[in-house]
Design a protein around this ligand. Structure first.
Ligand SMILES: Nc1ncnc2c1ncn2[C@@H]1O[C@H](COP(=O)(O)OP(=O)(O)OP(=O)(O)O)[C@@H](O)[C@H]1O
Ligand SMILES: [Mg+2]
Length: 202
């Protein structure tokens, strides 16, 4: 749990509101939170959705696991405490993006239910869309796009989700997409159609 260290700090609100920004951008600021095993397709799907949103005239931004670990979260590893802090920061950053009117998409394994729920709590009701990118472990392992499962099985990587660290499945995800059953195109359309149904985009 991150403690509040600073005292004597006061929130400053500007005249331009979230609603003003959303009107300007003609979309709702939301967080689409992709979660699932390594190799389930979070990054691939998030970027496919980004392309479709772009073509539709919507501004979105993908916060992707490894990229964020190169910068903002470079001082964090994969222990349970560091994974929690990793997700806490991503939750805060994605909420800022959503408040700016942008469609923030996060592609992190985010294996702990409690951490994902905390990220959800930051965002206004209806603005957090959890997408469980579901795939059987053996499919994820056979894809192994980064060769990580091979290393985990060889004992070269410890605490690897699905092998020797837990993955807690979402209980109430807005969307569950099995990427071993749906093509990338169809998977991306599921997300886009959901956003249209909920009037989050036009
Ligand atoms: N419907 C689909 N959606 C997304 N990816 C798919 C789909 N079908 C097959 N794939 C393939 O699955 C692999 C998913 O890899 P990707 O890097 O996106 O996973 P990830 O969940 O981001 O993993 P990591 O947590 O390690 O970053 C890619 O090789 C992709 O081409
Ligand atoms: Mg990824």
């Amino acid at each position: 749990m991150a403690e509040q260290k600073a005292t004597n700090i006061t929130w400053h609100s500007g005249a331009i509101t979230n609603e003003d920004r959303e009107r300007l951008l003609n979309q709702k600021g939301i967080v689409i939170w992709y979660t699932g095993l390594s190799g389930s397709g979070k990054s691939t799907l998030a970027h496919a959705v980004e392309e479709k949103l772009f073509e539709n005239g919507n501004i979105s931004y993908v916060l992707d696991g490894d990229n964020i670990r190169h910068g903002l979260n470079k001082n964090l590893g994969f222990s349970p405490a560091d994974r929690e802090e990793n997700i806490r920061r991503i939750g805060e950053v994605s909420n800022l993006f959503a408040d700016s009117g942008v469609i923030a998409m996060t592609a992190f394994i985010s294996p702990y239910r409690g951490d994902r729920d905390k990220a959800r709590e930051l965002v206004p009701e209806g603005r957090f869309i959890e997408v469980y990118v579901k795939v059987p472990l053996d499919v994820a392992e056979s894809r192994d796009p980064k060769g990580l499962y091979k290393k985990a099985r060889a004992g070269e990587i410890k605490e690897f989700t699905g092998i020797d660290a837990p993955y807690e499945e979402p209980l109430n995800a807005e969307l569950v997409i099995d990427t071993s059953e749906h093509s990338l195109e169809a998977s991306a359309d599921i997300v886009i159609n959901y956003l249209k149904e909920k009037s989050l985009i036009n």
